[in-house]
Design a protein around this ligand. Structure first.
Ligand code: SAM
Ligand code: DTB
Ligand code: SF4
Length: 327
């Protein structure tokens, strides 16, 4: 068989370009590399696929806060923890004003989050209006609304939604210790619906919840083995919130967080790896190591969903110091 026929045979059997499968053990071996070797490998891969001095900026808005039926142990918005004031779904004009402000500050994507197990169809009508209006400002749009029912992803696609955020959150083996009100299989089901509707996938997880290194490797394996891989991979460092079951989780050792970013970069070469929650607590030097490890996206703006974020002015100063251009 010639090379050309071998390639076309491969294309016949697999419409999606073949991406290698990673085992948890292989990923654990990456985690164990000497730090300089790990960073070098991450940089080589990063530079082969991205402009190494560009970082994409997404601004978050909580469009519906608190009162969620789910029991995610890290989350301030579960009705079982009652750590935040409940709010109704925001009005369109409030969302538009926040999106305009985000654009004026330099964000390229606007991400709207709702504390729902999943949206009701009448909620979805209103979110669709928000997506259309935000898109009309020339921003990319992302929503995170929980689990989707049949037909809902298609409706979001019709509204012009660019990305849907739905995280695997942690290793399959550890999931039941953090969340019992739904399963990780439910999350995969929604991710499949999003993909089938032609919406880009934003899918990552949280580290620092007391999982082992193997647990972190297993989460990265699950993400990297998705075909196609998620276009956007948020890596959140747990923000321990008083009143949640994880309020006293011991913080992850900082180099271990940087290693997680590097391993995500190596295993998901073309994805945007987002340095997500937990950035406010990080020094500029630590953030810089994360960029060197291949992070090329952040949440930008003074607030995440219910907790604070690094301030925009601080980010601007850091970008200037490092010669980073926002995308
Ligand atoms: N209800 C929807 C869902 O669960 O997909 C959307 C909102 S939920 C708050 C979005 C993501 O934020 C979670 O999947 C989790 O990865 C992240 N997150 C929530 N609370 C966090 C915390 N305290 N620290 C770090 N990440 C957190
Ligand atoms: C994601 O992975 N992280 C964001 C976004 N997707 C929705 C949320 C972080 C939330 C941090 C805790 C809070 O502000 O409530
Ligand atoms: Fe609800 Fe999402 Fe928070 Fe879980 S992470 S409690 S589903 S808002």
């Amino acid at each position: 068989m010639t090379v050309a026929t071998a390639i076309s045979a491969q294309h016949r059997t697999s419409p999606v370009p073949a991406v290698r499968r990673w085992t948890t053990t292989e990923i654990e071996a990456l985690f164990r590399l000497p730090f300089a070797d790990l960073m070098f490998r991450a940089q080589e891969i990063h530079r082969a696929h991205h402009d190494a001095n560009t970082v994409q900026l997404s601004t978050l808005l909580s469009i519906k806060t608190g009162g969620c039926s789910e029991d995610c142990g890290y989350c301030s918005q579960s009705a079982r923890h009652e750590t935040v004031e409940r709010e109704q779904l925001l009005e369109l004009n409030e969302v538009l004003a926040a999106a305009q402000a985000a654009k004026a500050k330099g964000a390229s994507r606007f991400c709207m989050g709702a504390a729902w197990r999943g949206p009701k169809d009448k909620d979805l009508d209103r979110v669709m209006e928000m997506v259309q209006a935000v898109k009309g400002l020339g921003l990319e749009t992302c929503v995170t609304l929980g689990m989707l029912k049949e037909g809902q992803a298609e409706r979001l696609a019709e509204a012009g939604l660019d990305y849907y955020n739905h995280n695997l959150d942690t290793a399959p083996e550890f999931y039941g210790q953090i969340i019992t009100s739904h399963t990780q299989a439910d999350r995969f089901d929604t991710l499949g619906k999003v993909r089938d509707a032609g919406i880009k996938v934003c899918c990552g997880g949280i580290v620092g919840m007391g999982e082992s290194r193997r647990g972190r490797a297993s989460l990265i394996a699950e993400l990297a083995n998705m075909t196609p891989q998620p276009e956007s991979v948020p890596i959140n460092n747990l923000v321990p919130i008083p009143g949640t079951p994880l309020e006293n989780a011991p913080p992850l050792e900082p180099f271990e967080f940087v290693r997680t970013i590097a391993v995500a970069r190596i295993t998901m070469p073309t994805s945007y790896v987002r340095l997500s929650a937990g950035r406010q607590e990080m020094s500029d030097e630590m953030q810089s190591l994360c960029f060197l490890a291949g992070a090329n996206s952040i949440f930008y703006g003074d607030k995440l969903l219910t907790t604070g974020n690094a301030e925009a002015a601080r980010d601007q100063a850091l970008f200037q110091q490092l010669g980073i251009h926002p995308l």
